[in-house]
Write a protein that binds this ligand. Structure first.
Ligand code: ADP
Length: 222
């Protein structure tokens, strides 16, 4: 097997999503095994990734040869070819690697991958859309869903915060959010938000809570 050591990540399908993911991992020093059925795509990533292979990932023998059972994580980044995505997922599960991240392009696709037993099913288009909706509305400068009911958002403090330290507002009780960190206007670095910190309208803060509470709080008093 080409790179059958721990720490290596196999990325199957080097399309727009898989390709940029693989390049980003490689840029961070990860040994990436890139697999794609298209010769031109494979050639394009030959220099960037530690190892590339032109192969059909629905072929179990090929997957075994590439050492898929030994890599620490596998990303199935095939989207539009539903059949190829599902066959690849089932073959990898059969071979015995369970550390799989798979991209889904529809709700049905996501459900099937989930039913097969894929640990991490991702919907990049949806996640990006959700995030962008918040950024475009303008009251958050970043929005990071951690799970369906927990998010982190970067926003500015309500003006009334400048009256007193954070600890004097019952933020969790009143708004259902927690201020995690803050950054003073003009500063580079972020600090953990202690109860005795007073925040001003031109500062920034990182808040955590349910999407609904975080949205309401971010839109509040602005
Ligand atoms: P994106 O939207 O991220 O570009 P696509 O689904 O369009 O995603 O692209 C997925 C990539 O997966 C393509 O480069 C395609 O050649 C590759 N691919 C499709 N089927 C297979 C397969 N059976 N084995 C390996 N690679 C595949």
């Amino acid at each position: 097997a080409p790179l059958a050591q721990h720490g290596a990540v196999a990325v199957i399908g080097l399309g727009r999503f898989g390709g940029s993911l693989a390049s980003e991992l490689a840029a961070h020093g990860v040994d990436v095994i890139g697999i794609d059925i298209d010769e031109a795509v494979v050639a394009h990533y030959a220099e960037t990734l530690a190892f590339v292979s032109r192969a059909d990932s629905t072929d179990e023998a090929v997957l075994r040869q590439l050492g898929i059972d030994e890599v620490s994580r596998v990303v199935i980044a095939i989207g539009s070819d539903l059949e190829a995505s599902i066959l690849t997922a089932s073959k990898i599960l059969k071979i015995g690697n369970r550390h799989i991240w798979a991209k889904a392009i529809s709700q049905t696709h996501a459900e099937i991958l989930d039913q097969l037993g894929i640990e991490n099913v991702i919907r990049p288009d949806n996640d990006m859309g959700r995030r962008l909706a918040h950024l475009i509305r303008g009251h958050m400068s970043d929005f990071l869903p951690i799970s369906d009911d927990f998010v982190l958002a970067r926003t500015t403090p309500p003006t009334r915060f400048s009256d007193s330290p954070l600890g004097s507002f019952d933020l969790r009780g009143t708004y259902g959010v927690t201020v995690v960190a803050f950054r003073r206007s003009g500063d580079e670095h972020w600090d953990i938000a202690d109860q005795d910190v007073t925040l001003y309208a031109e500062d920034e803060m990182l808040i955590a809570g349910t999407p609904r509470k975080v949205e309401d709080f971010s839109a509040f008093d602005k």
